[in-house]
Write a protein that binds this ligand. Structure first.
Ligand SMILES: [Zn+2]
Ligand SMILES: [Zn+2]
Ligand SMILES: [Zn+2]
Ligand SMILES: [Zn+2]
Length: 304
């Protein structure tokens, strides 16, 4: 119990072998510093040095409690501990189950910049609030809003607009009104491939118009909705309307665009958009039931 003090002794490990592990080798340097830091020789004189102590020598990410160490004092994060089968990656001693309470305490006293500093966030946070902030940081990158396939691209809005245009070949339109035709030769198709994305430039901002087919309960439906390329608080400043119809009938929808922070699937599953039953969609399409041919008109405006 309470190994914090006693296990921080300096043990000379000559040329540790880092073998058998499919993980990044650590460098001895940071381990040496770990011992000094815990011995308290210099106290916390430089945030940078202490910051390094808290970097897991194996995976290089910041360590959060429980921080583990081997009997020789080599620290590692709990993720890495689970991956190394109880064998210290540095000295290959049995890891056991030793917490490094001293380092956990040191972490408590630190304040670190948000990891999105490079993207414009200049806030500084106590070590343990940093993670929580970063999950909600206004400057954190957005995920690519393209819905058709798993796309792992992230970035700020201008980056994503360029990415949609260049890599996904998405149609870009200027203007706050639209009149769009969706044609599908097989109206029975409900695979994921049955969706479309168009981007509108309007009020100097970008909006994604999604159109897709999916199974809602037992019924096949089509759905159109708008997502805003920005945060939720800004998305709320806009409204939009959608209209679809033919032969003297029409469906209309008025809504508030959802932020692309909300995944495409989340918006779809909350049914926050214009939903068109298949039968009605086919009726709007001209009635021969061989083809889906919908004309969707719409408008985006700014609320006071
Ligand atoms: Zn790690
Ligand atoms: Zn060790
Ligand atoms: Zn931040
Ligand atoms: Zn993408």
């Amino acid at each position: 119990m309470a190994p914090g003090g006693s296990t921080c002794k300096e043990v000379i490990v000559s040329h540790p072998t880092v073998a058998d592990y499919d993980i990044k080798a650590e460098n001895n340097n940071s381990l040496a510093k770990t011992s000094i830091g815990l011995a308290g020789k210099h106290g916390i004189c430089s945030n940078n040095g202490v910051n390094e102590l808290l970097e897991c020598p194996v995976c290089r990410s910041l360590m959060y409690p429980p921080i583990h160490q081997c009997p020789n004092g080599h620290t590692l994060c709990s993720n890495c501990k689970n991956r190394v089968h109880n064998c210290c990656p540095t000295c290959r001693y049995d890891l056991g189950n030793i917490r490094c309470l001293a380092l956990e305490k040191v972490a408590e006293s630190l304040e670190l910049p948000c990891k999105y500093q490079g993207l414009g966030c200049h806030d500084i946070f106590p070590y343990y609030s940093k993670l929580n902030h970063e999950q909600h940081c206004h400057y954190r990158p957005y995920n690519c809003p393209y819905a058709g396939s798993e796309c792992s691209v992230t970035g700020d809005i201008p980056t994503l607009v360029a990415h949609l245009k260049n890599d996904h070949k998405v149609d870009m339109h200027n203007g706050c009104t639209f009149n769009h035709r969706y044609v599908k030769s097989d109206p029975n198709e409900v695979e994921n491939a049955t969706w479309m994305l168009t981007v509108f430039n309007c009020f100097g901002r970008q909006f994604c118009l999604h159109f897709e087919a999916f199974q809602l309960g037992m019924a096949l439906v089509y759905m159109a909705f708008l997502r805003f390329m920005g945060d939720d608080n800004e998305a709320k400043k806009f409204s939009y309307s959608l209209e679809v119809g033919a032969n003297g009938r029409k469906l209309t929808w008025q809504g508030v665009p959802r932020s692309i922070r909300d995944s495409h699937r989340k918006v779809r599953d909350s049914q926050d958009g214009l939903i068109i039953q298949r039968n009605l969609a086919l009726y709007f399409s001209g009635g021969d039931r061989q083809e889906l041919k919908l004309r969707i008109t719409g408008r985006i405006w700014k609320e006071e």
